[in-house]
Design a protein. Structure first.
Length: 282
């Protein structure tokens, strides 16, 4: 049996200490949200700092859907996120095919512009976006939110898919051209099946960004029934102006977070492989 030196043992101990600290830092807020959501409101102030609640109730989850259209808000978030992902993937696939497989003047500059747009602060374009949405009569609408969300989802999907398309062997495209396929047929029938992992990855990450977005949803909606869940949770109010419904807020946060956790756990391998696509070659 191989013996470890004291320095190696110290390194292993430090490694696992760091792992435990990171896991605690990441998982503890979610545990505290679940614990608070299961605590009766009357006991919350008394046992706020307790590690475990004295009693457990699911009434907070029921109350989330009472008094406010939280079910409608969930549906709005789902429609907006799915719609944003579909529009982003369609436009990004066409753009990535052109940027990854064709040479034209200004291509490098265009890629840098796309990268710059992806890191542009939302607050800088909020005023112009608000005026545009009002002018298009899309205020308080899911379509207005979809179009506004494309500002941060589309550049990201274009950049990732372009890196992936660039690494697809040219022989596949050349074989399709020899068979008489048009560029659109080549993209749909030949490249799309190969781009599956990248499409899943970029689509899932775009979905998470659209699902969690708050600033645009707050600015471009005023009707409670048109809001998405982040804004709806932020507008929860208690029975009086002096009461904050912490238990209901935590219950709503858990409801909103669980689907994302499930999606990430299912597609975690595809996320890693999709993000690292094109990282070896330039």
């Amino acid at each position: 049996m191989r013996k470890h030196t004291p320095l190696q043992l110290l390194g292993q101990v430090l490694f696992w200490v760091i792992v435990v600290v990171v896991l605690f830092y990441v998982l503890f807020p979610f545990y505290w949200a679940i614990k608070t959501s299961l605590t009766p409101p009357v006991d919350l102030s008394r046992t706020a700092l307790a590690a475990f609640p004295d009693s457990i109730t699911f009434q907070n989850y029921v109350d989330v859907f009472r008094g406010q259209p939280f079910g409608r808000n969930l549906l709005n978030s789902l429609v907006v996120a799915v719609g944003t992902v579909l529009i982003s993937l369609v436009l990004a696939s066409l753009s990535a095919y052109a940027l990854g497989k064709y040479r034209f003047r200004g291509k490098t500059a265009l890629m840098y512009i796309i990268l710059a747009v992806s890191v542009f602060p939302q607050i800088a374009v909020l005023g112009g976006m608000y005026s545009s949405i009002r002018a298009l009569n899309l205020y308080n609408s899911t379509l207005g939110l979809m179009l506004s969300y494309l500002i941060f989802t589309l550049p990201f999907t274009v950049w990732v898919l372009t890196s992936f398309v660039r690494e697809i062997p040219n022989e596949l495209e050349e074989a399709a051209v020899v068979d008489g396929a048009t560029p659109l047929q080549t993209l749909v029938q030949v490249l799309f099946p190969v781009m599956g992992p990248a499409l899943v990855t970029t689509g899932l990450l775009a979905f998470i960004n659209a699902w969690n977005e708050y600033l645009f949803a707050l600015t471009l909606t005023s009707d409670d029934r048109a809001r998405t869940v982040p804004v709806a949770i932020g507008s929860f109010s208690g029975a009086s102006q002096y009461e904050n419904p912490f238990a209901q807020i935590m219950a709503a946060s858990v409801i909103v977070t669980i689907p994302l956790i499930i999606l990430v756990l299912i597609f975690q391998r595809r996320i890693v492989s999709g993000l690292t696509a094109g990282a070896v070659k330039g």
